[in-house]
Write a protein that binds this ligand. Structure first.
Ligand code: AMP
Ligand code: MG
Length: 492
């Protein structure tokens, strides 16, 4: 499917160059979004539009919603659905974009390249039995959480717009339909490689590896064995990403290999949530009955997913199969060390530690064990540590906590930084506000009744998550006692 596309800038600022659509035919299928009855813009991300080189004024017009439901294709776009596979809860399945369509790759004024994808834009050849659609609630949820993650400084896909369709989707009951415009460094997943490995198409594997290296790791292009470099870069980025998740208490919820992006961005916000009380076993997805994707499991699952990637890449890693296997194993074994390094650096930041001591990991782990026993709120505990106090309604301190606190204070005294410097470091690593589940659910319920004010308020608060001043109390504080545990559903 080669149509060479000369990037052409439009008055709205569209400037597409669609490298993925130029890859061989097996990579994707050309398909247009299915127009919807009544496009209406619900949320629009002006700063993001600007950074993409789009003119926000053009989209202020209510008619502009037609772009964000796929009723109108922007100039230069070449809509495609991408082919991929994925291990879902451990089982390999052929998937592909069943309800998403890639419009193309926008070149930004800063010289970057971003996928512009519509999610919920109608059926594709990969839809299987699905309707290709999405409900408004989950799309608003993805917008909110992905933008919160971005403001937290965590690599993530982003959200440019949510537009409602004026059509119902049926998820056991009729729900309002919507389309999310998702922005990503790319949508290449572990599952994209698995797709070609599963059909034994080594040529395409090589093409995909080259494409991915060019796109995300251009420094590795001229190395002797670029695919090994690719695997190493991805291993490193995933180690760093998961350490970020653990730092802020984020539970992805469905870390299937099709939901792991090679760019190192968090992708596919389905049944995700942030932990309130610290609990490594925390699970929010209603279908994750065995806790495969529990909070504390995430580093292990990332390593498992990387092993699936390495297996898929084996034929192109190195001309000598034995060397390929040996190098792949070395890289996979390096994941734990890489993760521990990123994690410890993040946790040192959370505790205001500048120097490194051998006992730091045990200091962190002692606090975490106490938090788990006391069912202490993860975000609130860290945020309050520097005040040497626990504001209500956090659990009361006890002897174990006091002992830990003494240990920590002595540790702080062994580094030269002033209390102000320590506090500043802690504040930079410990968010004051996170998208607390009960507040997210309330905002979504209000949005379903056409009241977007709570959603807008949350978006504003979460745009500056490390600032405490002026933030709404319901986001600063743990959920009130008796708040029901959050359950999120995969049928999004
Ligand atoms: P997800 O659980 O969102 O990662 O999706 C897993 C797979 O199911 C992907 O191939 C999706 O494209 C597909 N899928 C999810 N929802 C739908 C839907 N409503 N219609 C068609 N395909 C879907
Ligand atoms: Mg997915």
């Amino acid at each position: 499917m080669t149509t060479s596309s000369e990037p052409a800038a439009s008055h709205a600022g569209w400037h597409f160059d669609n490298s993925y659509a130029r890859l061989p035919e097996v990579f994707c299928t050309r398909v247009n979004p299915t127009p919807v009855a009544k496009p209406r813009l619900v949320l629009f991300n002006r700063p993001l539009a600007q950074s993409l080189g789009l003119d926000p004024a053009t989209f202020a017009d209510p008619d502009a919603a037609v772009i964000f439901t796929g009723n109108q294709i922007p100039p230069g776009a070449e809509p495609i659905a991408q082919a991929y596979a994925g291990h879902q809860y451990g089982n390999l399945t052929r998937l592909g974009d069943g309800r998403a369509i890639l419009l193309g790759e926008q070149l930004t004024p800063a010289g970057e390249r971003f996928d512009i994808q519509l999610k919920g834009s109608g059926p594709t050849p990969y839809s299987r039995s699905g309707d290709g659609r999405a409900a408004l609630g989950p799309m608003l949820r993805e917008y909110l959480i992905s933008e919160a993650m971005h403001a937290l400084g965590i690599p993530t896909t982003r959200s440019l717009a949510v537009a409602s369709t004026g059509e119902p989707v049926f998820r056991g009951e009729p729900l309002p339909g919507a389309v999310l415009t998702r922005i990503a460094a790319s949508h290449i997943r572990v599952g994209t490689f698995e797709f070609f490995a599963a059909i034994g198409d080594t040529d395409s594997l090589r093409v995909l590896a080259n494409h991915t290296i060019l796109r995300h790791f251009p420094d590795r292009v001229n190395s002797e064995h670029p695919a090994l470099g690719l695997l190493e870069e991805i291993t490193e980025r995933q180690a760093s990403l998961i350490a970020h998740w653990m730092r802020v208490g984020f539970v992805h919820g469905v870390m299937n290999t099709d939901n792991m992006a090679l760019s190192g961005e968090t992708i596919d916000y389905g049944p995700c949530a942030f932990v309130d009380a610290y609990d490594p076993a925390a699970v929010f997805s209603s279908i994750d009955r065995h806790g495969r994707y529990a909070f504390g499991q995430q580093p292990h699952i990332a390593a498992w997913n990387l092993a699936r990637l390495a297996e898929a890449l084996l034929p192109v890693l190195h001309p000598e199969p034995e060397t390929a296997l040996a190098r792949a194993n070395e890289l996979l074994e390096s994941f734990e060390g890489r993760f521990r390094r990123h994690w410890l650096a993040a946790m040192r930041g959370k505790l205001g530690l500048f120097s490194e001591e051998a006992d730091d990991a045990s200091l962190v782990e002692e606090l975490l064990r106490w938090m788990q026993r006391a069912r202490a709120d993860y975000t609130h505990t860290f945020r309050n540590l520097r005040r040497n106090t626990f504001a209500k309604p956090a659990p009361p301190t006890d002897d174990a906590f006091s002992a830990w606190h003494r240990r920590w204070t002595e540790r702080l005294a062994r580094q030269p930084q002033s209390p102000t410097e320590v506090a500043r470091r802690m504040d930079a690593h410990n968010p004051a506000v996170i998208p607390r589940n009960h507040v997210v659910e309330a905002a979504l319920a209000a949005a379903a009744g056409n009241n977007l004010a709570p959603m807008e308020r949350m978006l504003t608060a979460l745009a500056a998550p490390y600032d405490e001043a002026g933030q709404p109390a319901e986001l600063l504080n743990p959920p009130p006692p008796g708040t029901p545990a959050c359950r999120t559903f995969c049928g999004t």
